[in-house]
Ligand binder design. Structure first.
Ligand code: IPE
Ligand code: IPE
Ligand code: MG
Length: 244
């Protein structure tokens, strides 16, 4: 039986951090951590479908991750390719729609092609939208949006938050309700810096490969108890009689 979670977030975004430390703590190479992290992703996607989360955005490779040793970068590219090869059919069957945010251009043409094929194959699925942030950076996304806005000759007075949203990689996707970061770091690391303006945060010291379904449920339970005020007052305060 599926235990019901009240106020399930529509959009969950995850900074899947701690793969390297997970591997190190087991005396394994860092790439073994990345592989274990990918296995875990499978579990969390299934949990999202089960719990009724409609959008899942995962931070898989940042614009700054190019600065890692060549061997690790190459390994991460292979893992992406591998995941598409091994998991696509199953994801498609589960009703997952794949999308990509970030810049595809810098990736190997063969990988670019695979990503585009996966997006095309799954474009009509609607159980869960899985946004893969790969070669993604929040600042890069905003720069890209500004460039396109200027190229489209948008008049300055027409530049609104809604318009900017439509020029971001995430156009059409609601802002994340909940951002989870595993492995304990208390920073944004260039992830969804525009879209996360009013997201709730959940940080756990658990490394990503160990962040299982129960840990995910705990994050969603915590979210369900949050009071999202958006700069206003909480519902309880609003209902109280006001005295001038
Ligand atoms: C997150 O794990 C995955 C990527 C950044 C690709 P890390 O590789 O950052 O793991 P730690 O933070 O070094 O433990
Ligand atoms: C953020 O993790 C990027 C991903 C999870 C893909 P990092 O490990 O790259 O971030 P920092 O270096 O700790 O800020
Ligand atoms: Mg890290």
């Amino acid at each position: 039986m599926v235990k019901k979670i009240s106020s399930v977030p529509t959009h969950v975004a995850i900074i899947m951090d701690g793969n390297g430390r997970w591997a190190l703590s087991r005396g394994l190479p860092r790439l073994a951590g990345h592989r274990a992290g990918t296995e875990n992703l499978r579990r969390i996607i299934t949990a999202c479908v089960e719990f009724g989360v409609k959008y899942l955005t995962i931070y898989a490779f940042s614009t700054e991750n190019w600065g890692r040793p060549r061997e690790e970068v190459d390994g991460l590219m292979h893992i992406l390719e591998d995941v598409i090869d091994r998991e696509l059919a199953e994801l498609h069957k589960e009703g997952v729609q794949l999308r990509h945010i970030g810049r595809l251009e810098r990736l190997d043409p063969k990988i670019q092609e695979k990503v585009l094929e996966a997006i095309e194959l799954t474009k009509d699925n609607d159980r869960l939208v899985l946004n893969v942030a790969f070669n993604y950076g929040g600042r890069d996304e905003i720069i890209c949006a500004i460039q396109k806005i200027i190229r489209d000759d948008v008049a300055p007075e027409n530049v609104t938050a809604d318009l900017v949203g439509r020029y971001l990689f995430t156009a059409g996707v609601p802002d994340p309700d909940l951002i989870i970061r595993t492995s304990g770091e208390l920073r944004v690391s260039n992830f969804l810096i525009w879209q996360g303006a009013y997201s709730e945060w959940y940080v756990t010291s658990t490394y990503w490969p160990d962040f299982d379904k129960d840990a995910f449920r705990k994050a969603l339970d915590t979210y369900a108890r949050r009071d999202r005020r958006y700069g206003g007052l909480s519902k309880i305060d609003e209902d109280k009689p006001q005295h001038a």
